[in-house]
Design a protein around this ligand. Structure first.
Ligand code: NDP
Length: 408
């Protein structure tokens, strides 16, 4: 049915590539391209399908991307590299006439700040080119928006309160590790919190607001209010929403380490210069420039290598309150994903799995012609039903609780 190019060969891309290979009726030709080609080759070997092509590409370089797109001629590019590359890849898609999908919104390297404006600015150009761009098609953002769209379509006349709840109750037996790219992850968590209420955005200190929430099959876990990108599009697409928040669980040990990392300056994203003794003459020094957070990433455990000893599960869902036929009702829709089951299937832990599977389904929706319209869209702007059906088939089954206590 279609030709897909996956950019990136990290944890999320590894899962997406496994799932793409499991659906050969949809994905008839596949290429994986990334900065380090050997990682793409290792991934193809792990999947065991020698027909998957690989290439080296620097996704910060539009010309290199365009040359690769013109050579392979994919119908859709799955951008599973880092948020820094979103705009260069979108730019190259426009130049080469290729459709686009990603799992995280653009972030400038020198500012830990995310918002959709940079990517929404491409709406008219994608529309005029007759190309589709699907933004934020992982789990959160991604399935969180699709769950909301599904709730709005089937169960509510108006959604009033939306709480996205993300629990990782897994244990990887490391003192400190992040579950996806450490640089991106730490930038996200150390930002100020933000939520939406009565038409306004309210800022909080980082991790200032927290409370225990009970997760299915897991129990109560302390959950912290964070800013998360999907809130921005969801409150626009569902204007009846009075309050929208995002919660994520963290263990005490994780927070203690994070505190230390921040207090000693290792989460800084500005460039610093330090004096390093020369290897051949330690009495002399050379000036070396580093970004502390990038250096920290290099010494932290690689999230792709957490899978083998990872126990427990994730539980991510939407807790929604609103009205249907004049009556108030609540709805909770969620998925629990086992880290070990994810590892057995794809060699990656549950956080990569819950992101890579929806990315594959989004590309499938496009290639089947179900999610295909010219322009730049967030996932909740498409029909959620066929996507929800695939979640059940592709390893992320969901469950519903009607009129229960949302705790929020
Ligand atoms: P990783 O760090 O494991 O992988 C990133 C990959 O991108 C690496 O293979 C890296 O190459 C490659 N890459 C980085 N820069 C470039 C470049 N300039 N050109 C080409 N390739 C490049 O990250 P993850 O797999 O954990 O995360 C991938 C994406 O998924 C991120 O954007 C993250 O924010 C997003 N995400 C979304 C979630 C959601 O639910 N929506 C949840 C989790 C993650 P190299 O190997 O050479 O470094």
């Amino acid at each position: 049915m279609g030709k897909v190019l996956i950019i990136g060969a990290g944890g999320v891309a590894s899962v997406a590539a496994h799932k793409v290979a499991q659906n050969p009726d949809v994905f008839t030709e596949v290429m994986i391209a990334s900065r380090t080609k050997s990682k793409c080759d290792a991934l193809v070997k792990a999947i065991g399908n020698p027909n998957i092509k690989t290439a080296k590409v620097d996704a910060d370089n539009v010309d290199e991307l365009v040359a690769l797109f013109n050579d392979f001629k994919p119908e859709i590019v799955m951008n599973l590299a880092l948020p820094y590359q979103d705009l260069t890849i979108m730019e190259a898609c426009l130049k080469a006439g290729v459709n686009y999908l990603d799992t995280a919104n653009y972030e400038p390297r020198d500012e830990a700040h995310f918002e959709y404006s940079w990517q929404w600015a491409y709406r008219e150009r994608f529309e005029k080119a007759g190309l589709t761009a699907i933004l934020g098609c992982g789990f959160d953002p991604g399935v969180s928006g699709i769950y909301t769209a599904y709730a709005a379509k089937h169960y509510f006349d108006e959604i009033h309160y939306l709480d996205i709840v993300d629990c990782n109750a897994g244990n990887h037996h490391k003192a400190f590790a992040t579950n996806f790219n450490p640089e991106i992850n730490i930038r996200e968590i150390t930002q100020k919190g933000l939520y939406y209420e009565d038409g306004k955005w309210i800022e909080t200190e980082p991790l200032e607001i927290h409370q225990p929430l009970t997760y299915p099959n897991i129990g109560p876990r302390e959950s912290y209010l964070l800013h998360h990108e999907e809130l921005e599009s969801l409150v626009l697409n569902y204007p009846s929403i009075k309050r929208a928040r995002f919660w994520m669980t963290f263990g005490q040990q994780y927070l203690t380490y994070l505190d230390v990392i921040q207090n000693i300056g290792m989460s800084r994203i500005d460039e610093i210069t330090y004096e390093a003794p020369l290897a051949n003459d330690p009495t002399k020094v050379e000036k070396v420039k580093i970004v502390p957070l990038q250096f920290l990433k290099a010494v932290l455990p690689n999230p792709q290598e957490l899978g083998e000893n990872y126990e427990g599960e994730t539980s991510i869902g939407c807790r929604i309150r609103g009205v249907k036929d004049g009556k108030e009702r609540t709805y909770y829709v969620y998925n629990n994903c086992s880290h070990q089951a994810a590892y057995q299937e794809t060699g990656m832990q549950g956080v990569s799995y819950t992101t890579g599977v929806p990315a594959m389904i989004g590309a499938m929706m496009f290639l089947k012609g179900i999610w295909k319209k010219p322009g730049v869209f967030n996932v909740e702007e498409f029909d959620p039903d066929p996507f929800m059906e695939q979640l059940n088939k592709q390893g992320l089954p969901w469950h519903e609780v009607f009129d229960g206590d949302l705790e929020l």
